[in-house]
Write a protein that binds this ligand. Sequence first.
Ligand SMILES: C=CC1=C(C)c2cc3[nH]c(cc4nc(cc5[nH]c(cc1n2)c(C)c5CCC(=O)O)C(CCC(=O)O)=C4C)c(C)c3C=C
Ligand SMILES: [Fe+2]
Ligand SMILES: [Fe+2]
Length: 367
Amino acid sequence: MPAKDRPASPPAHQHGQAPCTAVLLCNLGTPDAPTPEAVRRYLAEFLADPRVVEIPRAAWLPILYGAILPLRSRQSAHKYQAIWTPEGSPLKVWTERQAKRLQGWLGEHGHRVRVAYAMRYGTPAIGRELDALADAGASRILVLTAYPQYSGTTTASVIDAVADWTRTRRSIPELRFVNRYHDDRGYVQALAQRIQRHWRENGRPDHLVMSFHGVPERTLHLGDPYHCECRKTARLLAEWLELAPEQYTLSFQSRFGKAKWLEPYTQPTVEALARKGVQRLDVVCPGFVADCLETLEEIGMEVRDAFLANGGKEYRYIPCLNDETEWIAALGNITLQHLAGWETQAAPQAQELAAQKERAMKLGASA
Ligand SMILES: C=CC1=C(C)c2cc3[nH]c(cc4nc(cc5[nH]c(cc1n2)c(C)c5CCC(=O)O)C(CCC(=O)O)=C4C)c(C)c3C=C
Ligand SMILES: [Fe+2]
Ligand SMILES: [Fe+2]
């Protein structure tokens, strides 16, 4: 094997080190800037992933480079400009905050775990973040995807990136993956609380649309569980909210290309609801745990305009879970379930010392 291809092994192995656990929160990724050049770099990496576009490379890459990238980079850059914040892309800002708050939550619950975040496309890259964690001594890493519903196009692609990284390392940490949490009680309850708070602040709508990111319909026939998991999340959420079937609609957004994707599509669904006389409509995106281009621009702006243009009167987009306290607690509990058996509690002596101190303080106060 040529020296350049040999797996690296920094830092040198040390004897007798206690296992050290880390969590890597992985989301999709976003451009570094809302410019056509940065969007092109991002889309080129994203859309060349064979997990995302399942068309033979020889046929797809000429279309991607010849037709899609020149046009879409400019169009999408324009959309990113409409949602960009002073701190950067919302997807990155929220994901970074979620990682920080998850580390805080775990610490408050007595767990010493380092939490980092990474993006499947763009930066911070999964490989670089895994290098940083492993080089800092993490011997056990839990990869936590920001996708509640498993899809080959997203979850499996994160697993691919982690597998690619293992090929570059000599000493590989123990690895675990959280593949799904579409029916997790804490996740569904956090969604329900988010919506109920929105209703307390803004009043209840005539109808609620639950819009999930779409995928090609073909993936369902090939055995992808995504469709089924979206339906289960929607059903559980409706149960928590005590919604009758006629009070909500499940739909799929963000169709890409001309192939048939999962139906019903969000925008035509919303237009039809407006034409049927629904005046007040709320839309929530339960499959996205962080606000991003697809929620803020597509649902918050494009679909809103379509609803109003078809006779609707009031349209409200309900923001994602982002860094809501209930969601961070749910994420913490999901993390702990998957860390089972990996010792992460603060050292027993330290815990005993803290308990002794607390007892002494109580005695002092009651004396
Ligand atoms: C073939 C194309 C695509 C598939 C399949 C797909 C699946 C998929 N995507 C998400 C989550 C997100 N997608 C986002 C943006 C986005 N998605 C596609 C295409 C496919 N997605 C494109 C081309 C883009 C970029 C924007 C654009 O040009 O339209 C985002 C937001 C990123 C951001 O920067 O804010 C998310 C999040 C899921 C969950 C999913 C399958 C289940
Ligand atoms: Fe997407
Ligand atoms: Fe979109």
